[in-house]
Design a protein around this ligand. Structure first.
Ligand code: SER
Length: 307
């Protein structure tokens, strides 16, 4: 059935591809982002995600049923602008949660992240419920957001759903300010200069998924019947175990002269504080989370498409 959906952060790495996928499914997609968009054929608003009245105007004007709040300041940038990160990541969420509480929208998606986990969390097969002491501003905002989601669900009955995304690898829209961004830059450099200087150590593993799997998971979660949703903080999602060294080895099978050298910076400590693999049993059993794109295929796709 056609729905009117609002995607806030529509011009970002995930937002752009999510809008396309929601459109293909027959939804009426309204895009909003702080950045202006050049494609006039698309219904688009310039929006500051911390402006509740502006969000509300769009929701009312278009009879929006579902909101995807994808605007956020990511981990590396947030370390440089803690106050701004907190304001953006929290205010935007509280605004849309309130709209749901006031019954102005029916359903809400909000992404959390593997960044909620900290250095004292079990690194392998990280459980859904475990020690959660995030060591970054971004991680703190995501964990706090998870608790707000659970609170609005239990106290006000808000249907808010969330995923703890692994790092997301894609070629259509560049990410900005994340720690896992290296896993995208490396492909650009491989095809361009044939060399890449990594700010993450060779053997630091973080879970990552290909964008199409992230989008499929997001839509599957949002379409699942309400009674199948048993997690109202945010679902653990595992990914492929990716490190700079693994990427270098696989890229070399296509481009034998490719070379990576290392100049790590503050982002290394961030990546090292995150898990290597995640227990995502609940996502699999509750609504069928599946990874369709394996590591070899991901590398091949990235090398084919990235510019
Ligand atoms: N990929 C994000 C980042 O690196 C984590 O959610 O900030």
């Amino acid at each position: 059935m056609q729905k009117s959906v609002l995607v806030i952060g529509s011009e970002g790495q995930i937002g752009t591809e999510l809008c396309d996928a929601l459109g293909v499914q027959g939804n009426r997609v309204i895009r909003a982002d702080i950045r202006l968009q050049t494609d006039e054929a698309k219904l688009h608003y310039q929006l500051d995600a911390t402006d509740k009245e502006a969000i509300e105007r769009i929701v009312e004007e278009h009879d929006i049923e579902v909101v995807y709040l994808m605007a956020a300041m990511l981990s590396a940038t947030a370390e440089k602008h803690p106050q701004k990160a907190w304001e953006l990541n929290m205010q935007s969420l509280l605004h849309v949660l309130d709209l749901a509480k006031e019954k102005k929208i029916k359903k809400l998606f909000w992404p959390s992240s593997i960044a909620i986990f900290g250095p004292d969390t079990p690194k392998k097969n990280t459980p859904q419920e475990t020690v959660i002491h995030p060591s970054t501003v971004y991680g703190i905002s995501k964990r706090a957001g998870e608790m707000w989601c659970a609170y609005y669900h239990s106290v006000f009955g808000v249907d808010v759903r969330s995923l703890r995304y692994p790092g997301i690898i894609s070629y259509k829209t560049a990410p900005g300010g994340g720690t896992t961004d290296y896993a995208i830059e490396i492909f650009k450099s491989a095809k361009g200069q044939g060399r890449y200087t990594s700010f993450i150590e060779a053997q630091t593993i973080t879970p990552m998924i290909y964008m199409s799997d992230a989008i499929t998971a997001t839509i599957a979660l949002m379409e699942a019947p309400v009674e199948s949703i048993t997690v109202r903080t945010s679902y653990n999602l595992d990914g492929l175990a990716v490190s700079p060294q693994k990427l270098e080895e696989e890229i070399k099978r296509h481009l034998p002269d490719f070379k990576v050298d290392y100049a790590t910076d503050y982002r290394q400590a961030i990546a090292a504080s995150w898990p290597e693999s995640i227990n995502d049993e609940l996502a699999r059993s509750d609504w069928g989370y599946t990874i369709y794109t394996d590591f070899q295929r991901l590398v091949q796709e990235m090398l084919t498409h990235i510019e």
